[in-house]
Design a protein. Structure first.
Length: 262
């Protein structure tokens, strides 16, 4: 089984490329982030025509997460226990969606950006990740053999090798000690980055800004991950970071990341 994750930066703008990617790579399940679509705007029919069941959680033109599967899609869960909200009044955003696909609990996660050091949104981001680590720990405590994939745009580069310039990001989010500690908290809850062993750095990225020719100059970040529970991590035989999908007209600023399971 092949599972992919991709921040498409607007599903309505990117549906042609998503269709081509699914066909070209023979993906069974894809977790999608930043759909930027309400449920009534999501192109369900395009996925269904390819043989995929789809579930989407979108509230506005911001955020939005979806899962498409051709191997079953059951026990859908919007959000996770303890997930904090944002705004005034506080409300849960469309950032987490889970479903069981052929025995694997796949989560599509769009972790908050954080915006800037010292910004309240960064506190929200850290709280959000702390809640995810707590929820993940509880899932594995309840069932140590659970097969869970936490897939998505984490908006964190966990190590120095995951950014093109440590100095450039020194005063920015995504690489701060607090964010890296929060990412590590999810790892310590029992989840493993299963892509890194197959694509070690430095110089391996999943995101490149649209400006200043970042992609052409190889100025990227590795911020998209599949973190797997022990039982699922043991099944991973290969991984893909598809840089080809960052090329050409109409590309997302993220590349899709995929894993293959025995």
């Amino acid at each position: 089984m092949r599972i992919a994750t991709w921040n498409v930066n607007s599903i309505r703008s990117r549906i042609d490329r998503v269709e081509a990617f699914l066909t070209r790579t023979d993906i069974d399940v894809i977790a999608i982030q930043e759909t930027k679509a309400r449920d009534d705007q999501f192109p369900f029919d395009r996925f269904e025509a390819l043989g995929y069941e789809v579930v989407q959680h979108g509230l506005s033109q911001w955020n939005g997460v979806a899962i498409a599967s051709r191997v079953g899609l059951e026990d859908v869960q919007v959000g996770f226990d303890g997930m904090p909200g944002w705004g005034d009044p506080l409300a849960a955003e469309a950032r987490a969606l889970g479903a069981v696909c052929n025995g694997v609990r796949v989560w599509s996660l769009y972790i908050p950006n954080g915006r800037a050091l010292g910004d309240p949104h960064l506190t929200y981001k850290l709280d959000w990740l702390g809640a995810l680590a707590k929820a993940g720990s509880a899932w594995l405590a309840a069932d140590p053999a659970a097969q869970i994939a936490l897939c998505g745009d984490w908006n964190i580069a966990p190590f120095d090798e995951d950014v093109w310039s440590v100095e450039y990001y020194a005063d920015k989010t995504h690489t701060s000690p607090g964010e890296r500690a929060a990412f590590q908290g999810v790892v310590e809850a029992g989840f493993t980055d299963v892509v890194r062993p197959h694509h070690p750095g430095p110089g391996v990225y999943t995101y490149w800004d649209y400006t200043r020719l970042a992609f052409q100059k190889r100025r990227g970040m590795r911020i998209d991950f599949a973190l797997c529970s022990p039982a699922l991590a043991a099944r991973v035989t290969a991984a893909l970071i598809d840089r080809e999908e960052r090329k050409g007209k109409g590309a997302s600023d993220h590349a899709p990341v995929a894993i293959e399971l025995a």
